[in-house]
Write a protein that binds this ligand. Structure first.
Ligand code: URA
Length: 209
């Protein structure tokens, strides 16, 4: 599918299978989401531009690659997006973080903004939006709208699971934003849940219901 990269690495797929199982504990679910966050981050940053800089090893001077430009921004959509964050920061410790508070109105399934806190110069940086469940697409669309309103134009979206309906809607709203996901599931049910999916990611991470 255009505009989507499916991360089908066996480690990611194996970990996702454990997360989908209904008996998986809250602790294990959170740990796995963290680990998959790291692996997805590795893929999403795969073709970042690098530039050669002059360094000296203990033996000789050389030109060696360094990632070009300003530090990345990781932008988790609260609350489920937070689970990706620790793993991603382990991989890219210098990244900045922008928090995006959105909740889903259970009746209309529309996204309501309640919090936004980001680095001042976010418009000059590559921003990776993290939304584990791309279901209706409403939260991701709203998050990207909020970032574009603040001048950001270099964006990528990272999810764990996507529904075909959410992918289509997101791409109609933001055709310029590429998506990385570990799986594309069958469909959305009437309550906006991904099927077969894994249930409510936030509830499974934090043991709420
Ligand atoms: N959010 C979730 O946590 N799960 C879904 O299936 C859809 C949205």
């Amino acid at each position: 599918m255009d505009g989507v990269t499916l991360v089908d690495h066996p480690l990611v797929q194996h970990k996702l299978t454990i997360m989908r199982k209904k008996g998986t504990s809250t602790k294990q679910f959170r740990e796995l989401l963290n680990e998959i966050g790291m692996l997805l981050c590795y893929e999403i940053t795969r073709e970042l531009p690098t530039t050669l800089i002059d360094i000296e090893t203990p033996l000789a001077p050389m030109k060696a690659p360094e990632i070009e430009g300003k530090k990345l921004v990781f932008a988790p959509i609260l609350r489920a997006g937070m689970a990706f964050l620790e793993g991603m920061l382990n991989l890219v410790p210098s990244a900045r973080v922008a928090f995006i508070g959105l909740y889903r109105d259970p009746q209309t399934l529309k996204s309501i903004e309640y919090y936004f806190k980001a680095p001042e110069d976010i418009a000059d940086r590559l921003v990776i939006v993290m939304d584990p469940m791309l279901a209706t697409g409403n939260s991701s669309i709203a998050a990207v709208d909020m970032l574009k309103d603040r001048g950001v134009n270099n964006l990528r979206l990272m999810c764990l699971l996507a529904a075909p309906e959410g992918l289509k809607k997101f791409h109609e709203a933001h055709p310029d934003v590429h998506i990385w996901t570990a799986a594309i599931d069958d469909h959305l049910n009437d309550h906006g849940y991904i099927v077969p999916g894994l249930g409510d990611a936030g509830d499974r991470m934090f043991g709420t219901k």
